[in-house]
Design a protein around this ligand. Sequence first.
Ligand code: FAD
Ligand code: NAD
Length: 471
Amino acid sequence: MAENYDLVVIGGGPGGYTAAIRAAQLKMKVACVEKRANKAFGGTCLNIGCIPSKALLDSSEMYDATLHKLASHGIKVGSVALDLSTMHQRKDRVVNELTGGISFLFKKYGVTPIYGTGRLLPGPQVEVTAADGSTSILQAPHVLLATGSISSELPFLKFDGTHIVSSTEALNFNPVPQHLIVVGGGYIGLELGSVWKRLGAQVTVLEFLPRILPACDGEIAAEVHKLLIKQGFVIHTNTRVTGATVRGNTVTVTAQAPDGQPLQFSGDRVLVAVGRRPYTAGLGLEEVGVKVDPQSGRVEVDDQFRTSVPGVYAIGDLIAGPMLAHKASEEGAVLAERLAGMKPHINYNAIPSIIYIWPEVAAVGATEEQLKEQGIAYRVGKFKFSASGRAKAMDETDGFVKVLADAKTDRVLGVHILGPRASELIAECVTIMEFRGSAEDIARCPHGHPTLSEAVAEAARMAWSGQPLNS
Ligand code: FAD
Ligand code: NAD
């Protein structure tokens, strides 16, 4: 006998769990199916993504600061030692507390957790296969697919779980690799590369394209490149990896230089971080007729997240758009509210992206390259953190804020920040963009002194009036 719900969600990541909680808050009867063996909700983000990586980034940042930054503040420490096992235990504790928090919220709002692998059936119905092989059927007028994504593998560089790994294993290295070769100079490569660099590894990044962080504003990416080199990274762009061999504890990666010359890199670990792909294996999409984009593998949806099959919806990493947790959760909440008859919308142009290296990179809206491509006339306002009183007090003066504003209307079109705590500074810019505000609006809002946010105001002032006040 099928169990009946108003909404069945397959996948308990930021997209799925947010949709489930919001729908339950709006009085729907909701089940959320999750196949993770440890029964933890939270998806990639909480279990093997955003949270454990940020826990390690924060810990390694402290270690690095203790070694290299405290002395200039007049703080002398004795011998500093790394206790990597404790660092991992702290990371695991953070993850467990947060995944436990989702279970708590499910209880609080009455979402039924279902442990097992979900498969879509016509109807729509969902068949769930539990760990012991038993099956059950869930029935609902609305089924939401939120099964997320997995690491892309290169056919000539297959994951072996020990020497050639994805981000999941790279979150758990112990001991610290001696030489970590990172294939892919994107989010994961640079974030996890930073963790292991700070903890003592030699790190070499091999990037296929002419520049690292290809989706970022070019000027920001170029500055990040310089700063990473200063931190000791070795970066090869325009480098085509062709294969790898493992002998004992040594991996030799073969590649081709821009001029076609063969290259070799030897290390003890290789992290392959060349993107992620939507995860639809065993979901039954083809059988039920849910259309998938043949190129990207992403489930096709309309602007209401409706797939090609009535009653079946999809969100998050599974569909088009940036593979970001806050994009997935935004879509989850909006979908639940639409099912409840509300009319929310998402401004995809105002979804920030953040790379948690040091200094941090944060951006919202268009890059200069995109504005040029679209033929939009714009003004640029820039302000360096070296002119910020707070950044000087912190001894964190690398980077700058760049505000791009429409040349005619002054409307903010994009903001790009490389600097200390850029991840927090970008929130103001997201709000301004959501409200279609202008550079003058940012500049005229009083900003506390001395704060890093004054740099945002100064860059905005320059975009609007041509001149900052303090530079
Ligand atoms: P997921 O989080 O992938 O969740 C999908 C869930 O569905 C999984 O738990 C999976 O087990 C389950 N599932 C799959 N198939 C089935 C099935 N058939 N039946 C039942 N359950 C199923 N994003 C950020 O915004 N900020 C960050 O700092 C950040 N850092 C990251 C760091 C790393 C190392 C990685 C890998 C990713 C990071 N991301 C970050 C990306 C972020 O994790 C994803 O964008 C986000 O998790 C997508 O959410 P989702 O709900 O679409 O899917
Ligand atoms: P990415 O798309 O950010 O970067 C992949 C990089 O690999 C690109 O620079 C690409 O040019 C390069 N590349 C592709 N094929 C290559 C090859 N054969 N050889 C060498 N380089 C190659 O992907 P990622 O770093 O794997 O991260 C996956 C996704 O997870 C991100 O796009 C992002 O959506 C999400 N994520 C977000 C955060 C965050 O928000 N802070 C952190 C980690 C991951």
